[in-house]
Design a protein. Sequence first.
Lengths: 293, 438
Amino acid sequence: MENRAIFSGRLLACLLVFPQLAISLIFFYWPAAQAVWQSFLVQDAFGLSTEFVWFENYVNLLKTPEYYHAIGTTFFFSLLVVFFSLAIGLLLAVMANRNIAGVQIYRTFLIIPYAVAPAVASVLFIFMFQPGLGMIARALQRNGIDWNPVLNGNHAMILIVIVAVWNQISYNFLFFLAGLQSIPKSVIEAAAIDGARPARRFWTIVFPLLSPTTFFLIVVNITYAFFNTLGIIDTATEGGPNGSTSTLVYKVFLDGKAGSDLGGSAAQSVILMIIVIVLTAIQFRYVEKKVHY
Amino acid sequence: MVFRQFGAAAALAGALGLAASPAHAVTEIQWWHAMTGPNNDVVVKLANDFNASQSDYKIVPTFKGSYADTLNAGIAAFRAGNAPGIMQVFEVGTATMMAAKGAIKPVSDLMKEQGEKFDPQSYLPAITGYYSTAKGEMLSFPFNSSSMVMWVNLDALKKAGIEAPPKTWPEVFADAKKLHATSPTCGFSSSWITWGLIEQFSAWHNIPIGTKANGLDGFDTVLEFNNPLETKLLENLVELQKDKSYDYSGRTNTGEGRFTSGECALYMTSSAFYPNVKANAKFNYTAVPMPYFPDAKDAPQNSIIGGASLWVMGGKSKEEYKGIAKFFTFLSDTDRQVYLHEVSGYLPITKAAYEKTKASGFYEKNPILEVPLKELTNKPPTENSRGLRFGGMVQMRDVWSEEIEAALAGKKSAKEALDAAVSRGNQMLRQFERTATK
């Protein structure tokens, strides 16, 4: 016997779905369509002269070596950010999930960095890592490391990875902690009674049971590394030196804002959108199969 | 509840309506600017003084963020049909603005139409030239101008056994080596890397950055600064960078603290660095003109400016234009220019203001403030030293910086880097030329 509430008539259903649809259309599909349209145009900054050029912006883009460099930089940067922010977030969550004195205080403090805006986080780290001024930079230099992010591309990359990871750890920590707490204690205790050591218990029981959380966080973190790190890069390195920290989203921002090249910038954002859609699709198609719900 | 809210809103609207309709109509003129701190106070004071001096027009200054933010806000507002009357735009945005015919109103046209007394000859050509057409018609009104100078830590020089501040590039290179012995992380450094090492360097040596008088005569300009002299400069710096006798400090002025902290004893940056040095340097300091290569025929020529100017936007009412013209006349007043110059450190824009400040003996007490003026007026400007006007200059500077960084990091030779900077820049110029409304 079916016991669900069934609403009659399509009107109410449509009415209830409408706000969500309207929001999606106005705030997601319309701007996306605008970007696609803009990417076919060559236009001056003030919009006084407009020329429809089909795929010329895309062709120009694919002819510049800097663009391929930015693609490589983006994947490298995202890989580092996602790996380290997940690994450190998980480690901290496992630590804070134990019964120790003052655990609430630790948890609260671990969440606070998420409240710091990316640009502010950048500024804090710039102070610490600025050659000649920053504490950490000085300590490095005293120990014979020629720390110089304004000229050394690897150092600049390390700097933005540190800031981006630091900013994201709290978020991952929060979700991992919630994930850990939802794992039934009885399963772990049963394993312990069977004689499994903590490391084995973690890898064979806890980690697989966490996989829905991990999967969700991977998707979120990739999106974060691809898009939300713009503020960090802009304040910390401005894409430099020599383009070594210029990611795709930063190039979109720079070419559109500083370069007033709206067509080229729109073409880049369309490509970026496609990359992220494909990445997310792959994750849901293949990686999700390994997830145990 | 609903009624009460409605009542409050009606009362508020009424109050606003009353406030906005005094005895006779006041024309409001929006002025968007990018000045912070003490410079913001100067902007507000200017607006207040002007508003108090007459009762027909009201200048309303609004801070819009950084220079780039202000420009973008103005562009967005124009696209939405809502542009301000006056917009402060940094010097590198000049080409973008002037290309937008119809979006802007040239200052010389404005003054002529409104019948304001306006003599282009009374302004310092080294400053107004940057914002004028090839024929000398002023496009925008210079507001805050500075030039590039070399800041010198006299105590550090003495310690390193150097008698006088260096005048030429070979002297700078030699002194940087000596200073390196006492400060291992930096002898000499510089801010605003492309403004100093390419733009100012070319003007100071009377060599072109690009054809068509550095783009002042047309958008079909082609970059050509990958010349032997520029290459020689960069090669020397690359060599000095290896042991940090010269040490790169980034693209903008974020590295200026390295001078005031005493780390870099020779530091090339804007003359507008003065208030900062005065407040923070705990050593004897001075500023000297930029160095030059003595074997270059015309060096030193004259320096060019940096800073920002006020653009008048197009499509405004006659009353608004009248008010803006009156405001510019107000700004050009000799005493006001003298006051602005002395209080803010900006360069005066009229000859009369410069002469008056000189006559008052101000520079004997503040010789550093005269250094940029002496550089700017060193010789009458030539095709190569009037200024520069390249489309997409904001991003162009980033591209040039990238290549200089590649050379300093040892990834490319100096010549390769300059060639790449020129060819990438030329691509951008062609793209800009295509969209510029002619």
